[in-house]
Design a protein around this ligand. Sequence first.
Ligand SMILES: [Zn+2]
Length: 139
Amino acid sequence: MNFDELIICTRCGSDACYKQEITKDISIEMCYGCGFQSNSLMKKGTEFFNEQWELLPELYKVLMDEEDETGKIWMPSTINIKDKGMVFANGTGRDDWYWSGVKAHNDPEKGWKTDMTTIKNFPERDFIGALSYIGVLPE
Ligand SMILES: [Zn+2]
């Protein structure tokens, strides 16, 4: 059975939003168009929200948006794939941020490690470019 489906992103309007139902009450939306994600548990005032908030980098807090009608919270995604690398939001504020891609390198002694010398920045609209750069998607 497959509960995953592609839907229209309510944040950016692209049709590359991937919705995954974890249970009948909990779903996650992950948009490859804008790189943002939302989780149906993530509502302001809930314990889950407060826990997540504590862990978030400052920039993620600044970039977080709440939909007026639904209370749905959108925040930037962080992709971390052991043998590929990482993609994360990077920058100083809402007016100055970008996606950073960092490739992973297989060290014979230490195993897979992200190699910060490979860091490359992509504009806000090019989340897909950053994913392609670390090899998650074909170039
Ligand atoms: Zn989107």
